[in-house]
Design a protein around this ligand. Structure first.
Ligand SMILES: *Cc1c(COP(=O)(O)O)cnc(C)c1O
Length: 372
């Protein structure tokens, strides 16, 4: 019997009957959205869980990114990474901002802080880095550059749920951090997202912006958008939150199993684990180098033939997409490291319900090809 295909990620759903009481509450009180009771509870619960002061829920991470840029009134040019999901740069275009791509560090796949200053012009107002795969950016270095040049820092922290650095939430860095709670992320609300901000005043402005700019029934202060999370999504988030520690623990165990099994495979490289951090094991990227007998794409297809689906995150580079590729910073010579990583990367299946046997099979297939 052919087995069911395995994907790079799969959401873990709590038992359906556990969700019923939440639905009954919504049916009883008939509050479906607009900062309802579950929405308020989830904002509170996430602040506590993540160790942050203020958090505004959103309908998805992309609208949260677009709104974060609006909230800080970012103008002109924004320095960002080409090695991310398209939403990072798209959020800039939706604000009429010019993305300026800077190359990444091969140890982290994050913006290389050594390359940032050379990309700053009089038009630069902000930096939008991504904590790729949940690995922390060079937050201290980036803040120092931002302080020197008077720039804002907005982190696309879509991969960074639950990550801690030196015992503190990674989300406390920068002016704002943006999370995604999409179904494929480590913590999901089907669709959803959030902006983390340091003070109540900024949260207030963000809350106006996500509700059309309404302050009260008759006062509209800004051309806001509809970015509100519904009660159903918020209720599901509250239920998911009960299981998230177990899910993260399971991911870390699977990550360890992969790392050990693949450590000795010639031609396959992994990113070093940064010290002093609590990981979320949100992704399992490997890099298929020239020393491996198969190309990355051949390995990707070989696994696929066995029903084991990896994903080439992130390939192609954002800077190679039609709406970005003619920009001066998108030139290949400007981004050699990002280009190499994009050509070599393969993210392997990792999610809480993945069996050990499946990890072993993926690793055995990868090792088998390396023996020629
Ligand atoms: C998932 C993701 C987003 C977009 O989040 P949505 O909730 O799907 O809109 C943005 N940036 C990165 C890096 C992501 O992985």
């Amino acid at each position: 019997m052919p087995k069911k295909p395995v994907y790079v990620t799969q959401p873990s759903l709590p038992p359906l009957e556990d969700f019923t009481p939440y639905l009954e509450k919504i049916w009883d009180n008939k509050i479906l959205t607009n900062n309802g009771p579950f929405h308020q509870q989830l904002e509170q619960a996430l602040c506590e869980y993540l160790g942050v002061e203020h958090l505004a829920l959103f309908t998805n991470g992309t609208i949260a990114l677009v709104t974060a840029l609006q909230a800080l009134r970012i103008k002109g040019e924004v320095i960002t990474t080409p090695y991310s999901f398209v939403a990072t740069a798209h959020s800039l275009l939706w604000n009429n901002l010019k993305p300026v791509f800077v190359d990444i560090d091969p140890q982290t796949c994050n913006l290389n802080p050594e390359k940032i200053e050379a990309a700053i012009t009089p038009e630069t107002t902000a930096i939008m880095p991504v904590h790729c795969y949940g690995n922390p950016c060079a937050v201290e270095r980036i803040q120092k550059i931002a302080d020197t040049y008077g720039l804002r820092v907005i982190y696309d922290a879509a991969h960074a749920f639950g990550v801690k650095l030196g015992g503190e939430s990674l989300l406390r860095h920068g002016d704002l951090s943006v999370l995604s709670f999409h179904a494929t992320k480590v913590f999901n609300t089907f669709e959803g997202g959030a902006i983390i901000c340091p003070d109540a005043k900024t949260k207030q402005r963000i809350d106006y912006l996500k509700n059309f700019g309404f302050v009260d029934e008759v006062t509209v202060t800004a051309p806001g958008i509809n970015g509100k999370m519904s009660e159903i999504n918020a209720a599901f988030g509250l239920l998911q939150l009960k299981h998230v520690d177990a899910a993260l623990a399971k991911r870390r165990v699977l990550e360890q199993r992969y790392r050990e099994a693949l450590a000795g495979v010639a031609g396959i490289e992994q990113l070093p684990l940064p010290p002093d951090m609590q990981r979320n094991a949100s992704y399992l990227p490997i890099f298929v180098t020239e020393a491996y007998p198969l190309t990355r794409d051949a390995l990707y297809l070989k696994l696929k033939d066995h029903g084991l689906n990896g994903r080439r995150y992130f390939y192609p580079l954002i800077s190679d997409m039609p709406m970005y590729r003619s920009m001066p910073s998108a030139r290949a010579e400007n981004l050699p490291v990002a280009r190499r990583m994009a050509e070599q990367v393969l993210c392997l299946p990792i999610y809480p319900d993945l069996d050990d046997a499946c990890v072993d099979e993926v690793c055995a297939l990868i090792a088998e090809a390396s023996h020629g």
